[in-house]
Design a protein around this ligand. Structure first.
Ligand code: PRP
Ligand code: GUN
Length: 182
């Protein structure tokens, strides 16, 4: 775990990538796009814990149509900055069978997390699966999946804030920052 001083030092050295106003505007636009596409489909919204918690909390009140809410918990970065194997902590519930599902996540980076979640949902018999991400990192490399709804594009840097942690800290920030490069 970072010490309190280390957490503040990381923030002081970081670069602001998007302000809270830019994040809010992106979420409002994504909400309109989701409403236009899925507003009559009574979807199950599946939030990927823990990173999607801020995106989910801001998006849901902007969606004025019938939906159900559920979550999965999967992680492959832990407290680090490099992705490893995906570890499932909470699997999708079988109630996704036959349903239109919209998966919500904070970031599409290499795409391995969302690809594994989509595989699992299809295995469980979801009728249609869509994905909405608050951010997508421009990695310059091919990804196994493309998101249907994307809030903000990110540079190829490790970022934090808006649900995304840096060594376990700062998920709570309303802005998005890039960690200082060594
Ligand atoms: O596209 P990928 O390279 O697979 O990375 C994206 C995933 O990484 C983060 O999760 P993380 O494993 O850090 O867990 P967390 O949500 O608990 O922070 C994020 O929330 C995404 O789910
Ligand atoms: N916090 C955080 N989590 C990630 N998961 C995949 N990429 C990132 C990133 O840049 N920051």
């Amino acid at each position: 775990m970072l010490s309190t001083e280390q957490a503040w030092a990381l923030l002081a050295q970081a670069e602001l990538v998007y302000s809270r106003e830019q994040v809010a505007a992106a979420i409002a636009r994504v909400a309109e796009e989701i409403t236009a596409r899925l507003g009559s489909r009574h979807p199950v919204l599946l939030s990927v814990m823990g990173g999607a918690v801020v995106f989910t909390g801001q998006l849901l009140p902007l969606l004025r149509f019938p939906l159900e809410f559920d979550y999965v918990h999967a992680s492959r970065y832990g407290r680090g900055t490099q992705g490893q194997e995906l570890i499932w902590k909470v699997l999708p519930s079988e109630s996704v069978k036959g349903r239109v599902v919209l998966v919500l996540d904070d970031i599409l980076d290499e795409g391995r997390t969302l690809a594994a979640i989509l595989d699992k949902l299809r295995e469980l018999g979801a009728a249609e699966v869509y994905t909405a991400v608050l951010t997508e990192k421009e990695t310059g490399r091919p990804k196994p999946i493309e998101a249907d709804f994307v809030g903000l594009k990110l540079p190829n840097r490790f970022v934090f804030g808006c649900g995304m942690d840096v060594h376990g800290a700062w998920r709570n920030l309303p802005e998005i920052y890039a960690l200082k490069q060594n």
